[in-house]
Design a protein around this ligand. Structure first.
Ligand SMILES: Cc1cc2nc3c(=O)[nH]c(=O)nc-3n(C[C@H](O)[C@H](O)[C@H](O)COP(=O)(O)OP(=O)(O)OC[C@H]3O[C@@H](n4cnc5c(N)ncnc54)[C@H](O)[C@@H]3O)c2cc1C
Length: 309
């Protein structure tokens, strides 16, 4: 891992920096490149605009880690309101949740109950996505996911291609017909747990993507979504799909709001399924720092906003 990336990931967990950064207008301005706003209404307005370009959306609320059951309840209640709003406004937008926000650290049972309440409120035709967090949470997240998937076929999980274990996790999930959002992985993990070089991670991603697409064709995977901004990788995946005669609307690419916008539109116009994850909420600092770490060149936007340009 590069030194800048390691530094930015370390800074993403620093409370002192978080409290200070959130106060500065130039930081907020830089964040706005990756977030339409802090409120749900702003996120929904962005979803509507993207819908006009035939781009699907997934909303995620950026909140602090919860420390008691009441806080997990507040997050659950918030997402119930979100689902209610999306249904009332007849939007195809889905949601993606972090299990630690819904009480995973407090009790996996409580967390599962909270997600079940969201699943009960969600349209079964839509997928309710579960984020994957740092490696210490993978076992617990997968255990909750399995319980949910056993009763709710429309539950989706994020899997990280950089983890050595992911190929085995995919294999183990296939008999349950999972929905998988495949990512490279956003956390700083040691070499014993995660691949470190981009070339190796990309190769792992492509191998897993082929497996998931083939699984989707054979009916072992309910839905595969490729969450990456990597144009070369996306090219390899779409070429593979064409060679396997998989129709374009069976191939879904998801990106983050504000990143590779032209590519999002190009894919949608080309007939592929194009989606965007829209984050909102006031606890954006760690999330924003992970985005900077993915592409330290983004620091340029922060510097430009500092200079008032
Ligand atoms: C929809 C979605 C959901 C995600 N959910 C999770 C999750 O639950 N758990 C998790 O660990 N990770 C998640 N991630 C993050 C993911 O793990 C990667 O950290 C992130 O997508 C960057 O990797 P990449 O695949 O784009 O490839 P990279 O190799 O990092 O980037 C490839 C190219 O994409 C562009 N790019 C990438 N990132 C940025 C950026 N921040 N700003 C500008 N350009 C950029 C650059 O041109 C870069 O050269 C999610 C990502 C997406 C898109």
């Amino acid at each position: 891992m590069g030194a800048t990336r390691a530094l930015l990931l370390a800074a993403s967990q620093n409370r002192f920096l978080r409290e200070r950064a959130s106060r500065y207008a130039f930081v907020k301005k830089s964040v706005s490149r990756f977030m339409p706003g802090e409120t749900l209404d702003e996120a929904v307005a962005a979803a509507r605009k993207l819908m006009q370009q035939n781009i699907g959306t997934v909303l995620t609320h950026l909140g602090e880690n919860v420390s008691d059951a009441q806080e997990a309840e507040k997050v659950t209640a918030h997402y119930l309101q979100v689902l209610e709003k999306l249904h009332r406004e007849k939007l195809e937008t889905e949601i993606s949740v972090k299990l630690t926000q819904l009480g995973l650290d407090l009790s996996p049972e409580l967390c599962e109950q909270n997600v079940r309440r969201l699943l009960d409120a969600e349209d079964p035709a839509k997928t309710l996505w579960i984020d994957m967090e740092a490696s210490g949470y993978v076992d617990a997240t997968l255990a909750v996911y399995r319980q949910l998937l056993a009763t709710n076929a429309n539950t989706g999980i994020c899997l990280q291609a950089y983890l050595h274990r992911t190929a085995v996790d995919v294999e183990a999930l296939l008999p349950m017909k999972p929905s998988v959002r495949l990512v490279k992985g956003a956390y700083a993990e040691p070499a014993s747990i995660a691949m470190q070089s981009k070339a190796v991670i990309d190769a792992s991603y492509f191998t897993l993507a082929q497996k998931l697409l083939r699984g989707q064709v054979s009916g072992n995977v309910r839905r595969a979504a490729f969450a990456t901004h990597d144009a070369k990788l996306i090219g390899n995946i779409t070429e593979f799909a064409s060679a396997e005669k998989i129709s374009k609307n069976e191939v879904e690419v998801q990106m983050l709001y504000g990143i590779q916008r032209a590519e999002q539109v190009r894919l949608a116009n080309g007939g592929w399924r194009s989606g965007v994850l829209v984050a909102y909420g006031d606890y954006w600092y760690p999330w924003f720092m992970r985005r900077l770490a993915e592409r330290p060149a983004n620091l340029w936007f922060v510097v430009r906003n500092l200079a008032g340009n």
